[in-house]
Ligand binder design. Sequence first.
Ligand code: ADP
Ligand code: MG
Length: 470
Amino acid sequence: MASSAYRNGTLHKGAAKPISATTLKSSSFKSRLHPSQSLGSAVRRSSPASFGAASAGNDGVPGRVRVAIRLRPRNAEELVADADFADCVELQPELKRLKLRKNNWDSDTYEFDEVLTEFASQKRVYEVVAKPVVESVLDGYNGTVMAYGQTGTGKTFTLGRLGDEDTSSRGIMVRSMEDILADVSLETDSVSVSYLQLYMETIQDLLDPANDNISIVEDPKTGDVSLPGATLVQIRNQQSFMELLRLGEAHRIAANTKLNAESSRSHAILMIHVKRSVIGTEETLSSEIDNCSHLVKPSKPLVRKSKLVIVDLAGSERVHKSGSEGHMLEEAKSINLSLSALGKCINALAENSAHVPVRDSKLTRLLRDSFGGTARTSLIVTIGPSPRHRGETASTILFGQRAMKVENMLKIKEEFDYKSLSRKLEIQLDKLIAENERQQKKFDDEVGRMNLEAQNRISEVERNFADALE
Ligand code: ADP
Ligand code: MG
């Protein structure tokens, strides 16, 4: 597989592998800088190639897909079976580099945005990989955090751990919601969640298992994708979210038992929708109206509707080993369709190819904003240390390297809040109607009074005239 190096945010095609240490410098994963700043000398994509049709407007800011690699510690079996062998990878976290051993004297070196050793804590992993994305979502951008790797290397550990027994083991899903709930104000903002599973090109609702064939709807104008059939649950506190994750996990196990499938073959997708009001709160409006009796120009109410998508992908080994476990070829293809389509789309984007086969699978349609679109995206690539899985580890690393070349064009998801504007205008209209009624009454009274006065004057003049005549 051809590989090209990522150099100071600029693409250099066909650079030799292993990459040269002197030319590489990756920008920090952690910074909450403006994406254009953190990318240094990044160039904007000029190619029409895009995973998402509605991407790359002129007002977007470039934001490359960030990729971290995490090594799982040796498990009990590996401690015994691989006791006499060295791990197949060696990490140099301070240099953000990974060496993949070919043999005792030769290895390939790869650079990532972040290299997380087997000792990296869940907190650190969250802060390095997901927190910048969560912060972007709170600022009104779409965001994606995705885990890719062979089964058993720690995707679910990294993303889905609830940390019931040990709070320090809480994964990215739980920590993301904690940060979101701490930042939003539930009076003016809302947070809602859907939880889905994608298996054999069918989307199932993990919050309502009866709902097992959800369709993807694309807005032909904006290219936005949505799942109107999926259950959407409003989140008011962390406990209710934890309950939801537990429920989803239980349904996932039940659904997979029924389908006679392992969960490693399906993709789990958590979607957190955040809706925030930006300006034009109720207080400013009522004070505006109280102060004046004539028409006031209402403040412009805006809402930011952003979405955080957290994807626990199916095990990456299925792409290469399809059919090896008693599945008929067609069935195996279908299991792997989404994952191999994702790989093809990322290749096409990395190579600035004119055609990106987004429509080939449900996963790539769902993630069209995440790669080459308008979202901030972080990918965590998980690997194991065992030399027996060197081949898998190598192809996982290459996937991560290619994903690092994907440029997104981040855009705020802000729209005019027609609902709240109409509510405000209605209040204003009612005030004006009342004011009008008051003025009308005052006018009528005044006319009445003047009539009476005129009448009195006339009577008086008539009386005076009569007196004079006499
Ligand atoms: P995947 O979802 O990729 O198939 P899992 O997350 O289920 O893998 O991890 C497989 C096993 O390895 C689990 O028992 C998990 O607890 C353990 N594990 C994974 N990553 C780590 C880690 N960083 N530290 C300790 N144990 C881990
Ligand atoms: Mg898993």
